[in-house]
Design a protein around this ligand. Structure first.
Ligand SMILES: Nc1ncnc2c1ncn2[C@@H]1O[C@H](COP(=O)(O)OP(=O)(O)OP(=O)(O)O)[C@@H](O)[C@H]1O
Ligand SMILES: [Mg+2]
Length: 243
């Protein structure tokens, strides 16, 4: 993928969260968004997902201008899979139905096709025995795997993850990170916001470091982790690697 931000600005009321950020991200397959809490990572990811509209400036994904009108965004969103930290599964649907329903409603599959596709994904993500459970009867890691299966179900070229492991214990975290690694190895592009710096380092080829409403660094992962260029990024890495 390639990404280009051109003076992209986002405000919530008076509060400026992204202040005219500009960057050109050359072709990469896995981009990590890193930075301190409140720095605007989730906001930027939601703009890339087409879930939030920016006030000013523009964003191009793979050379195409991301629309900023609701009607056009609906179409844009279908090409992207998103997984956010609070497992947004429908509580009244089973794991199988959670995956099958969007395939029917947004992607035009018949009920039989959608169920078959959903079942195949559950099998692949080692969730077959949980197909008929509702989210309330699943563990955190299982819920997150269902959410990832759902995001991957329409075979989007781009998958976005916002702290997909923040609610998981270390074992579940490893499982979910393996799954994301597999999706990347399959040729999906990914953008991930994560506090798992080890994972970011192993999976990402590019990094954007966001802090204080700005992109402080945009560089290759190798350079970012071995030789951060700003004092802010160096301090951030030191803090995070200390524990
Ligand atoms: N819907 C909203 N309305 C008002 N302010 C918001 C809204 N969403 C986010 N903000 C504010 O925007 C700023 C950036 O938030 P954002 O969630 O993008 O940060 P983040 O980098 O993802 O932080 P974290 O690492 O804690 O998840 C914060 O100061 C937050 O309070
Ligand atoms: Mg966030």
């Amino acid at each position: 993928m390639t990404l280009e931000f051109n003076r992209l600005t986002k405000r919530f009321g008076e509060h400026v969260v992204l202040d005219a950020i500009s960057a050109q991200i050359p072709s990469c397959s896995a981009l990590a968004l890193l930075g301190p809490s409140g720095g605007g990572k989730s906001t930027l990811l939601r703009i890339i997902a087409g879930l939030l509209i920016s006030e000013k400036g523009s964003l191009c994904l793979n050379g195409i201008l991301v629309p900023n009108r609701e009607g056009e965004l609906l179409h844009y969103r279908r090409a992207i899979g998103t997984v956010f930290q609070a497992f947004n599964l429908f509580p009244h649907l089973t794991a199988l139905e959670n995956i099958a329903l969007p395939l029917r409603l947004a992607h035009g599959m018949s009920k039989v096709e959608a169920q078959a596709a959903a079942f195949a994904l559950l099998e692949r993500f080692r969730l077959t025995e949980h197909a008929h459970k509702k989210p309330g009867a699943l563990s955190g890691g299982q819920k997150q795997r269902v959410a990832i299966a759902r995001a991957a179900s329409a075979k989007p070229k781009l998958l976005l993850f916002d702290e997909p492991t923040s609610a998981l214990d270390p074992e579940m975290t490893a499982e979910v990170l393996d799954l994301i690694g597999e999706l990347r190895a399959e040729g999906r592009d990914i953008i991930i916001v994560t506090h798992e710096v080890g994972f970011a380092r192993s999976v990402a080829d590019r990094v954007i470091f966001l802090a204080d409403r700005k992109i402080m660094e945009s560089s290759t992962a190798e350079r970012f982790f071995s030789a951060p260029q700003t004092a802010e990024a160096a301090a951030f890495l030191e803090r995070i690697l200390k524990y």
